[in-house]
Design a protein. Structure first.
Length: 353
């Protein structure tokens, strides 16, 4: 195999360079993967426009030890080209990566909350990732791509796993009325997770257009557009009651406060979207109505990644969200489009182009 590869390397805001880099050396317990698809997300776009904040370019990451220019890409799938003898995967196997790496020994890991591992690090965020022709990843973070599932659709597995974890964290139960604010990619993944895990009645809120139409195709029971009397509209649509759970998946200004207002007394609000500024919340109302506010982070690989691949194997979600892959040379333009809110699905990069 060639000892050099093409990679996208992040140096700072609006500074990603396509360079020739050495193929990474595989450590014991890792598999060397030829990357077939690598997705981009909001974190990548934020680093592109106003970073480095998450990427450890200027300060060493405490868990990975990385500091300096970084190969991004934490949403990748590919083909195993090298692995330990007797490993779970063999040369030629197609795999999806969860990207997050946990120790398995700390208190949070023993609780099964591996996404909160004290030593947690994520390929493509805290150490070199999959926006390159090759990446080396711990075998325990990989799951097999089901037969018949295209690599384009499988490329959505990691962000879908994040949506599934959010659906679990919402505490939604069979029979609940749930509102999801935001019908973008993450809102769609949360919707898919909700409908897969529970028998729930889901209302999706966003501006009129193709995203709301997609939400209906993905299983939303109804859609509504933002309005001054949205709380009343939702209650009327639900037969005079307020929703049991509200999931804020847009990160838009004022929407977390709106979620707190529209949920029923004793209900739950889950913050998924990350607003740019500190949100103003009516704590008085929250306390006197005993509303629970919770949050969610990443995913638990052992619980969520295989479920994500099962959902994608059904065919509908990938067809709705996966966009035509582009080459590494289109990464900057793709990040510009994502940051400007001009992307409705998921952009995938084919590093071989």
């Amino acid at each position: 195999m060639t000892q050099a590869m093409k990679a996208a390397v992040y140096y700072g805001a609006h500074d990603i360079r396509i360079e020739e880099r050495p193929v990474p050396e595989r450590a014991a317990g890792e598999a060397l993967i030829r990357v077939l698809r690598s997705g981009i997300c909001g974190t990548d776009a934020s680093e592109w426009t106003a970073g480095p904040k998450v990427f450890p370019v200027e300060r060493m990451h405490p868990n990975s030890g990385h500091m300096g220019p970084l190969i991004p890409g934490h949403e990748f799938v590919g083909e195993v080209v090298e692995a330990d003898p007797g490993a779970a995967f063999s040369v030629g196997d197609l795999v999806a990566s969860g990207a997050g790496v946990w120790c398995g020994e700390c208190e949070r890991c023993h609780e099964g909350r591996t996404n909160l591992c004290l030593s947690y690090r994520t390929l493509g965020l805290n150490v070199h990732g999959g926006m390159a022709e090759y990446v080396s990843a711990p075998v325990k973070t990989l799951r097999p791509i089901p037969a018949g599932l295209s690599v384009d659709h499988a490329g959505l597995a990691q962000p879908l796993a994040v949506g599934i974890h959010a659906a679990r964290r919402s505490g939604a139960r069979d029979g609940d009325n749930v509102v999801v604010i935001g019908a973008g990619a993450i809102g769609s993944f949360v919707l898919a997770g909700l409908k897969h895990l529970n028998d729930v009645n889901v209302t999706v809120v966003d501006f009129p257009g193709r995203k709301l139409e997609r939400a209906l195709r993905l299983g939303a029971d109804r859609t509504l557009s933002p309005a001054e009397n949205l709380t009343e509209q939702i209650s009327e649509a639900l037969g005079g009651v307020k929703p049991d759970v509200v999931i804020e998946a847009s990160g838009a200004p004022g929407q977390l406060a709106a979620a707190m207002q529209m949920v029923r007394d004793g209900g739950r609000v889950l913050a998924v979207g990350i607003p740019k500024g500190a949100p103003a919340l009516d704590i008085h109302s929250m306390v006197f109505r005993e509303v629970s506010l919770d949050s969610t982070l990443a995913h638990v690989c052992d619980e969520d990644l295989s479920v994500a691949l099962d959902i994608l194997a059904e065919g509908m979600l990938g067809a709705e969200l996966a966009e035509e892959p582009v080459g590494l040379d289109q990464l900057g333009a793709s990040l510009d489009a994502l940051a400007a809110g001009k992307v409705e699905g998921k952009i995938l990069i084919d590093p071989s182009r």
